[in-house]
Ligand binder design. Structure first.
Ligand code: PMP
Length: 446
């Protein structure tokens, strides 16, 4: 019996042995295409020699020096490069070790900023239903993911939630595209006012494209421009959670920049290290940093491992790799093929609906028939069933279905996937969809 506590204690997990590029092998020699980059993390693929070399070189110099006692060259350089890539005046970085910690720090920093500005009553955060910002208590309080909130509700802050920008299941999805953004965003303003408006609300948090909690929900054009305006009107900070969408996943370094807006705080993690080390970053705009600088300073923030030299050197090597190999160019080329491939599968399988996404972050959901939007019954667990069927075909996909629908799935392979590998991914998915169709048809007749 395993001494390792895993999410599903009953599941006989396969043991991973090796990885190279988009491929993983288990200890029995079975191959898998990593169609989800793990959890949207292994952006440059597995087993990259350059990263192993950079890791070894830095470990030989110095792996760890405590952040309260020293700064270090890799962390300084990484902060410089990240702020150069981030939009606008997002020009200071605080390093953490995960996306959840990034959410916690965004909360704490927002609270501190308002305190320093003489407005300590601004303590409320607003997020969206179908959102996930992390597992720690503050981050979970801002997450509209019932499954992950579990039975901890009593311990979480009762923050308000607004509907996600989910065109397929909204009452604005049929409006002309140019009108959708303003309508979809309106509930944010209502929620801010209901929560006490400028006097009470510290910040809102949203992913540019919802990943794990919905399966690539892409907002309509103008949505984030309008949200930025609402936040400015009500003196509310905008936190962009780019833990998934950051570092090239959607085709540019950060998705926040698509509409030319600049969030006040931008979080990223996952692809920042591409899985080679735990790492996250909170990037702040200049005025926030100025407030903190003129106030009581940043203490007592930080974790033991924050911005350690080894992790920072690894992230620098990942950035180097992405630039040297024009990984964003590959995302652009593969994105078009992915969209065409998924839409072709949607044509073949009537139960596949609403193929959506950008870059190499794609989702879709299962419905009972092409004409309707009725999801399969919750007890069928369409998401889990499909993830298992893909697994049988040697394809790893990410379960993005959450209650009450539990019918969505994410396809998000490493950003370095080749055209041939993408064809193989879609072929394996095709076989899994054929089996899924048999099950859904049986369900429909049952
Ligand atoms: N924010 C988003 C948008 C995420 O998708 C996740 C993880 N899936 C997190 C935060 C939490 O990140 P971590 O698992 O690294 O704590």
């Amino acid at each position: 019996m395993s001494a390792l506590l895993k999410n599903d204690l009953a599941k006989p997990y396969q043991t991973v042995a090796r990885g190279k590029g988009v491929w993983l092998w288990d200890t029995e020699g079975r191959d898998y295409i990593d169609g989800s980059s793990g959890a949207m993390t292994a952006n440059i693929g597995h087993g990259v020699e350059e990263i192993a070399d950079a890791m070894a070189a830095q470990a030989r110099e110095v792996a760890f020096a405590f952040t309260a006692q020293f700064t270090n060259a890799p962390a300084e350089e990484l902060a410089r490069r990240l702020t150069a890539l981030a939009p606008g005046d997002l020009d200071h970085v605080f390093f953490v070790n995960s996306g959840s910690e990034a959410s916690e720090h965004a909360m704490r920093l927002a609270l501190q900023v308002w305190r320093e500005r003489g407005r300590p009553g601004k303590t409320r955060f607003i997020s969206r239903q179908r959102s996930y910002h992390g597992m720690t208590m503050g981050a979970l309080s801002m997450s509209g993911h019932d499954g992950r909130r579990g039975d901890f509700g009593d311990y979480l802050h009762a923050f308000p939630e607004v509907p996600p920008a989910y065109a397929f299941r909204s009452d604005w999805g049929d409006l002309p595209e140019e009108e959708q953004g303003a309508v979809a965003v309106a509930e944010w303003e209502t929620a801010i006012l209901a929560a006490g408006g400028a006097d009470k609300v510290a910040a809102v948090i949203a992913e540019p494209i919802v990943g794990a909690a919905g399966g690539a929900l892409v907002p309509p054009p103008g949505y984030f421009t309008a949200l930025r305006e609402i936040c400015d009107r009500h003196d509310v900070l905008l936190i962009a959670d780019e833990v998934i969408t950051g570092m090239g996943r959607t085709g540019s370094w950060f998705a926040s920049g698509f509409e030319g807006i600049v969030p006040d705080i931008l979080n990223t993690a996952k692809g920042l290290s591409a899985g080679y080390t735990p790492m996250g970053a909170v990037i702040l705009r200049a005025p926030l940093v100025e407030t903190i600088r003129q106030g009581s300073g940043l203490a007592p923030y930080g974790h033991t491992f924050s911005g350690n030299p080894l992790s920072a050197a690894i992230c620098l090597a990942v950035l180097d790799y992405m630039e040297t190999h024009d990984v964003l160019g590959n995302v652009a080329a593969r994105a078009a093929e992915m969209e065409a491939g998924l839409k072709a599968l949607q044509q073949r399988y009537a139960h596949v609906a609403d193929v959506r996404g950008r870059g190499l972050l794609w989702g879709f959901e299962f419905v009972m028939d092409r004409q309707g939007k009725t999801p399969p019954p919750a007890e069928f667990n369409a998401t889990g069933t499909f993830v298992d069927l893909c697994w049988e075909e040697g394809l790893v996909v990410y379960p993005a279905g959450i209650k009450p629908l539990n019918n969505a799935c994410l396809i998000s392979p490493p950003l370095v996937i080749t055209a041939d590998e993408l064809t193989e991914l879609l072929t394996r998915m095709d076989r899994a969809l054929a089996k899924m169709e048999t099950r859904l048809l049986a369900l429909g007749q049952g």
